[in-house]
Design a protein around this ligand. Structure first.
Ligand SMILES: [Zn+2]
Length: 80
């Protein structure tokens, strides 16, 4: 009885980390400082004429531009 010899072909080693796809993700596009649509909507927003008033009492508020604007804090008439 001859010992069974198994001839094994040397297997080519396959390393799983042989090839690695070098994929670089594209950089995210920076958001625009102001959306054109938003600006357009603002332009066509109609009578949105509001001004920032700063009362003498120190209260700062937004009010529609009109001849009679009163401070909601001290009710003082604001001149514009
Ligand atoms: Zn005031």
């Amino acid at each position: 009885m001859s010992p069974m010899t198994v001839h094994q072909l040397p297997r080519p080693r396959k390393t799983p980390t042989g090839r690695r796809l070098h994929v670089v993700p594209a950089p995210m596009p920076r958001p625009e400082p102001m959306h054109p649509a938003e600006r357009r909507m603002r332009d066509a927003g109609g009578p949105d004429d509001r001004a920032c008033y700063s009362c003498g009492c120190g209260f700062v508020f937004l009010a529609p531009v009109s001849t009679s604007v009163h401070c909601p804090h001290c009710d003082a008439g604001q001149a514009w």
